[in-house]
Design a protein around this ligand. Structure first.
Ligand SMILES: NC(=O)c1ccc[n+]([C@@H]2O[C@H](COP(=O)([O-])OP(=O)(O)OC[C@H]3O[C@@H](n4cnc5c(N)ncnc54)[C@H](OP(=O)(O)O)[C@@H]3O)[C@@H](O)[C@H]2O)c1
Length: 402
């Protein structure tokens, strides 16, 4: 994908000028196969884009920026109202026009939800092809759970691509990634340290047009480097890599904690054996929660969104944002049981970590107890802006714990 500085105003006949200029760029830069233009139109302008064999009508009620996918030459734009002077091409790039080829890396808890949602939301009549990268041992496995997963993937029409993100070199991964327009990372930290950085390098080397790295979690920018959870520094390394280039568009979806995490016995926050909520830090501390199903749905929505695309930004989503005190109230009211409330302060948790310094769960607890970058206002999220239904904590508890 290449970006072109075409911030020019078309004060005269748009049709002629645009055709000339883009044809010129096309001739000059041989590798272009698709050109992608961001066009700003005057309020009320009805625009008709005639692009290769595709015909698209754009009608916008207000001044807005929107993106026109253009497929090689010849192509041209017409304005039905002859208001050419109000149209301004503000940027262009190649290889950006469609999400034709999508690769999801990993089909675990989150990957499966993202894959299901991508299939569900694939625009009808599109030629979008979805592929998942799995280890050969997983594709070939006799394990009943893995066979169930691969059978579901095949039934959904998803192609399986064999690859191992640990043993493959960056160059090998880059070769695997090259045919894809969009890549979504869904392997979490399960593959080990340095793998997310390696994946980011391979994606950038492959000149993939759009990348959703595995960052479905907290606000790593706010938490910063050197937190108790040292794995988070790698997430910042990935952000630095993506922000330091302009060839691959990236989207980070910040989701907070998976809702079910709060109730995992090993996480220790909600202990249903003793009817206790252990607040991380304090009862007033807040945490943002989203279910993997909602994350899948929201990620697919962002990926396929019409109109201005989300690019080079961190998008915040949330199923709910609650304090640990509210969490205890919800569990108490839904289950109809008295819930004890205790606070695991940062000091207590840091002492606990000292006795087992490599314990990942203890590290997570401290980050959440510090209360920085782990909660955001649900009213300002992508799902709130789009008025999308998500599962609240109360709904999750009612459905899963009753
Ligand atoms: N915000 C949060 O709270 C949050 C965010 C993410 C994850 N989590 C938690 O973390 C856990 C992990 O969730 P997840 O969906 O990220 O991961 P997961 O369920 O463990 O799935 C990881 C996927 O990566 C694949 N994978 C692992 N190593 C690989 C390799 N070397 N090469 C290719 N593929 C490889 C796995 O394939 P195989 O089947 O071959 O192993 C699997 O498909 C879950 O329990 C989840 O609750 C929480």
């Amino acid at each position: 994908m290449a970006q072109y500085p075409v911030c020019m105003k078309y004060q005269v006949d748009l049709n002629a000028r645009l055709l000339t200029d883009v044809t010129f760029m096309h001739a000059k830069i041989m590798e272009i196969r698709r050109i992608y233009l961001k066009v700003r139109c005057r309020r009320g302008l009805l625009m008709n884009a005639l692009i290769s064999q595709w015909r698209m009508d754009y009608k916008r009620p207000s001044a807005t920026e929107y993106i026109l996918p253009c497929c090689s030459d010849p192509f041209s734009f017409h304005s039905q109202t002859n208001q050419y002077s109000q149209v301004q091409v503000i940027s262009s790039s190649t290889n950006m026009s469609t999400n034709e080829t999508i690769l999801v890396i990993g089909a675990g808890e989150l990957g499966m939800e993202i894959l299901r949602s991508l299939v569900k939301k694939t625009p009808s009549h599109s030629s979008t092809k979805i592929t998942v990268l799995l280890r050969f041992a997983t594709i070939d496995s006799h394990d009943s759970q893995k066979r169930k997963t691969t059978a579901e993937l095949r039934a959904l029409g998803i192609s399986l691509l064999a690859g191992d993100i640990v043993t493959a070199s960056t160059i090998e991964l880059s070769k695997l990634f090259e045919p894809f327009h969009t890549i979504v990372g869904c392997t979490g930290f399960s593959a080990g340290r340095s793998i997310q950085v390696k994946l980011a390098h391979a994606v950038l080397d492959a000149r993939v047009a759009r990348y959703f790295p595995w960052q479905f979690g907290v606000d790593y920018d706010v938490i910063g480097r050197g937190s108790a959870q040292d794995l988070f520094d790698e997430q910042l390394d990935v952000r630095d890599l993506l922000r330091g280039q302009s060839k691959t568009e990236w989207v980070i979806v910040s989701t907070g904690m998976f809702t079910s995490f709060l109730f995992e016995p090993w996480f220790g926050v909600v202990d249903l054996e003793t009817d206790t909520v252990h607040a991380l830090g304090s009862l007033e501390n807040q945490v943002t929660l989203t279910t993997p199903e909602d994350i899948g749905n929201l990620t697919a929505e962002i990926l396929f969104a019409d109109g201005p695309r989300t690019a080079n930004e961190v998008v915040f989503v949330a199923g709910d944002t609650v304090s640990y005190g509210q969490l205890a109230d919800i569990v108490e009211s839904v289950l109809g049981r008295n819930i004890k409330r205790t606070e695991w302060t940062v000091k207590i948790l840091e002492e606990e970590l000292k006795s087992d310094p490599s314990n990942l769960i203890r590290k997570y607890r401290i980050v959440f107890a510090k209360g920085k970058g782990v909660a955001w206002d649900i009213g300002k999220t992508y799902n709130a802006r789009k008025n999308m239904k998500v599962v609240s904590l109360k709904e999750w508890v009612s459905k899963n714990l009753k």
